[in-house]
Design a protein around this ligand. Structure first.
Ligand SMILES: C[S@@+](CC[C@H](N)C(=O)[O-])C[C@H]1O[C@@H](n2cnc3c(N)ncnc32)[C@H](O)[C@@H]1O
Length: 412
């Protein structure tokens, strides 16, 4: 197999994990608690889904009436395209039909598919499917999972296809766990259509120049979240070897990711609960963090802000800009704070440019670098024990972890 195919396959395998019903239910309930009519009268699109595996379609179909939906549409991505992880997958298929490449399981249509009158062996692995629910198709007196109707899509169900794009344009809310390898493209695809959304993504994406401006402008925020920040997903048979030890649990067939979150522009209550914080003087006396009590709040060398290494140590009465951990976003209440930037990408905000620096790592190894300019910098007197520091023109510095820059909103 060519390297290109291998890489594509690897990427594809890492996109094959499935959200649990309980996580979807818990998240959706947080929006309903805030506003029971969040989804009422709306068309929901669940792209990048696969109802034969995924629980998104099941959850929304089972709760169609309770949520007051107008229409539910879900689309799946063709097996051949998954296997090769690309738009041109069918072009790469050898004669005889089977996709080359990855170690995803071989294509085995389910009984659900083969027993349906519309089953077409020629389309089964190369085409995506569309599932639609909008009326009581079986005359049972209620609209539910049993009323879902399906057919093959014209293409493979790629969310970037004209066909799925048209479905997006007709929808009010887009809900899914999209392929992580295409997350930024997927988010741009939602934003360009100006839709409401609720999608799972990697927390690290928030630092990026495509996503962070959406946070600053209030067009995207974190959802209610996974229990204790731990997200467990079901993996497809044949893909479990792609996960490192400690990520895959063979007894449950689940993988655990610590850095997943829900991104949304739907309102939920937790987002409007202000953090309970102490004043600066109380923090300096009583903070449970020793360095706050011992050292206090240090000022950055390359930006006019103070370093606050823990969200619970944010002083309630400081009026200037504060650099706080990225995990603060999970506690961000827009009535309490304003987000003004992020140190990781700075967006041109840093006030100082350092010339080449000598980096000295924890083992004392010295290297010439330029990366001090990539983040918030603190001046130090003594080299820190057991961590990396920098020397520039006889002065010593350390770089903090990426920080979100915030300012408190004054109460009127
Ligand atoms: C992380 S999984 C989640 C599946 C399902 N939404 C869930 O949460 O249970 C992402 C899915 O997107 C599919 N996918 C990958 N690339 C895609 C693309 N370009 N267009 C549509 N779906 C894609 C993958 O095959 C995979 O099944």
């Amino acid at each position: 197999m060519a390297n290109r195919d291998l890489n594509a396959a690897k990427k594809a395998k890492n996109d094959e994990f499935y959200t649990q019903y309980a996580d979807i239910e818990k998240e959706v309930n947080a929006y309903l608690e805030f506003d029971p009519d969040t989804f009422r009268g709306k068309t929901i699109l669940l792209p990048c889904d696969d109802p034969e595996w995924s629980k998104f379609t099941r959850f929304f179909a089972e709760n169609f009436e309770r949520l007051g939906l107008r229409k539910l549409v879900s689309t799946s991505y063709a097996f051949d395209s998954k296997r090769l992880g690309g738009r041109d997958a069918s072009a790469k298929r050898p004669k005889g039909g089977r996709a080359v490449g990855a170690s995803l399981p071989f294509w085995q249509p389910t009984l659900f598919e083969t027993e349906a009158p519309q089953y077409d062996a020629a389309k089964s692995s190369a085409h995506g499917k569309i599932f639609v629910l909008d009326h009581d198709a079986n005359g049972s007196g209620r609209i539910d999972l049993d009323d879902l109707e399906w057919r093959y899509l014209e293409g493979d169900g790629d969310f970037r296809s004209d066909e799925v794009r048209r479905l997006r344009d007709e929808a009010d809310v887009i809900v899914t766990n999209p392929p992580f390898s295409l997350f930024r493209e997927f988010l741009a695809w939602i934003m360009e259509a100006g839709k409401q959304f609720l999608v799972i993504g990697n927390m690290n994406t928030i630092n990026t120049k495509d996503v962070f401006p959406l946070v600053v402008s209030g067009k995207l925020w974190l959802g209610n979240g996974f229990t204790n920040g731990n997200a467990y997903f079901q993996v497809a048979d044949g893909t479990k070897n792609s996960y490192a030890d400690g990520v895959y649990d063979s007894t449950t067939n689940l993988v655990k990711f610590r850095n997943c979150c829900w991104y949304t522009n739907l309102e939920h209550g937790r987002r409007h609960q202000p953090l309970q914080l102490m004043s600066m003087s109380d923090n300096l006396r009583y903070s449970r963090h020793r360095e706050i009590r011992d050292v206090g709040y240090r000022h950055y060398d390359n930006y006019d802000a103070i370093e606050v290494p823990y969200s619970d140590a944010i002083p309630s009465d400081y009026d200037g800009v504060m650099g706080v951990p990225v995990t603060f976003l999970d506690k961000f209440c827009p009535e309490q704070f304003e987000i003004v930037g992020i140190t990781k990408t700075w967006f041109g905000a840093a006030t100082k440019v350092y010339p080449e620096q000598v980096q000295i790592d924890a083992n004392g190894v010295r290297k010439t670098v330029t990366k001090l300019n990539d983040g918030a910098v603190l001046k130090i007197d003594e080299p820190p024990k057991g961590s990396t520091w920098y020397e520039v023109g006889g002065e010593r510095f350390i770089q903090t972890y990426p920080r979100i820059l915030i300012r408190r909103r004054k109460t009127p």
